[in-house]
Write a protein that binds this ligand. Structure first.
Ligand SMILES: Nc1ncnc2c1ncn2[C@@H]1O[C@H](COP(=O)(O)OP(=O)(O)O)[C@@H](O)[C@H]1O
Ligand SMILES: [Mg+2]
Length: 319
């Protein structure tokens, strides 16, 4: 099977607190997954489970404590560094934070074109910009001379996607790209990812705490809990027939067939957070409705259950 990007045994530890009372938080704890060409892969889970840290390591903004990021998607004659800068582009959560309010939006496009030497003339640059904007339902004319404040958050996210497409990336990393966008516009934006996958063969790492949009656009999904992958498989397997008690809990909180509503089942980070990170056995043991003795002492290995990967002792006999 062809893999575009592989994350292998990735671990990231942060040290918190003062010199006298140091606490180590393993924000990402030995996770492994891969993304295929032309695939939308979701990394989902509640706030603080390690999604952004994983994305930042893939993008090279942060060093891993251990583990590896392996890619096999590099274009011929391009070295690894070039693949990472041109082949992977990112879209962030806050569309208003992405653009300086005092700069015309088109400047960002011309800047990217200059940085990567993507056009030989102003005219060629405008043509390239226009072509990418048309993929997201806009055009160069819609943008010319305008400032960020002249667009809605939804339009700015479309513009961010168009800008990301300038380098013809093979992978787009989108970290909560619609969580700050008006609910009525979310689907139209995540739908663009499907279009890019189908028409351009682009892969997307879709990071979200919203299982409804994940179900709607993604091919496969990994559910993270406290730095670990609890369950991973196709969205049909994981969200329609969840195996891990944590996924079952999350799934139960999505209103049936109501993809326009955000997942309301956020389990808030409480004082239990630190304790859960330091827990010996399964990190979900303290809240799991099906907890067993072994869960409190031994971290669960991954079991294969009906094609999905589930880190839960309940399935010890299934594998
Ligand atoms: N630079 C940092 N220094 C210390 N702790 C961090 C840092 N970045 C993230 N963390 C901690 O790592 C955990 C995972 O954070 P993050 O990856 O941002 O989660 P998510 O994106 O899923 O909300 C959280 O407990 C967070 O507080
Ligand atoms: Mg995050």
């Amino acid at each position: 099977m062809e893999k575009l990007l592989e994350v292998k045994n990735l671990t990231k530890t942060f040290t918190l607190g003062s010199v006298l009372s140091r606490v180590k938080i393993t924000a990402v704890d030995n996770i492994s997954f891969y993304i295929k060409p032309a695939e939308i892969f979701a990394l989902a889970g509640e706030s603080g489970c390690g999604k952004t840290t994983t994305a930042r390591i893939i993008m090279g903004f942060e060093h891993a404590t251990s583990g590896a990021i392996i890619h096999s998607g590099k274009k011929e004659a391009k070295n690894e560094k070039v693949w990472f800068t041109e082949g992977i582009q990112a879209i962030f959560q806050d569309p208003f934070g992405t653009f300086n309010p005092l700069r015309q939006v088109e400047r960002y496009f011309f800047e990217t074109i200059e940085n990567y030497k993507l056009a030989k003339s102003k005219r060629a640059a405008v043509e390239r910009i226009d072509a990418k904007l048309r993929l997201v339902g806009l055009s160069y004319e819609d943008l010319a001379g305008k400032y960020p404040s002249e667009f809605s958050g939804g339009q700015l996210q479309r513009i961010s996607i168009a800008r990301a497409l300038l380098t013809d990336p093979q992978l787009i990393i989108a970290d909560e790209p619609v969580s700050m966008v008006d609910a009525s516009l979310r689907m139209s934006i995540v739908n663009l990812f499907k279009k890019l996958r189908d028409e351009l063969g682009v892969s997307v790492l879709y990071i979200t705490h919203d299982l409804a949009t994940a179900y709607y656009v993604c091919d496969r999904i990994a559910i993270m809990f406290r730095g670990k992958i609890a369950e991973m498989g196709t969205v049909e397997q994981v969200l329609m027939a969840p195996k891990h008690p944590y996924t079952q809990l999350l799934r139960a909180s999505i209103p049936e067939a109501d993809t326009a509503h955000r997942w309301q089942g956020e389990i808030r980070l409480t004082d239990a957070e630190e304790e859960e990170y330091l827990r010996q056995g399964c990190r979900f043991a303290g809240r799991c409705p099906r907890v067993m003795d072994i869960c409190r002492t031994t971290p669960p290995p991954d079991f294969e259950v009906e094609g999905a990967q589930v880190a839960c002792h309940l399935y010890a006999d299934a594998g």
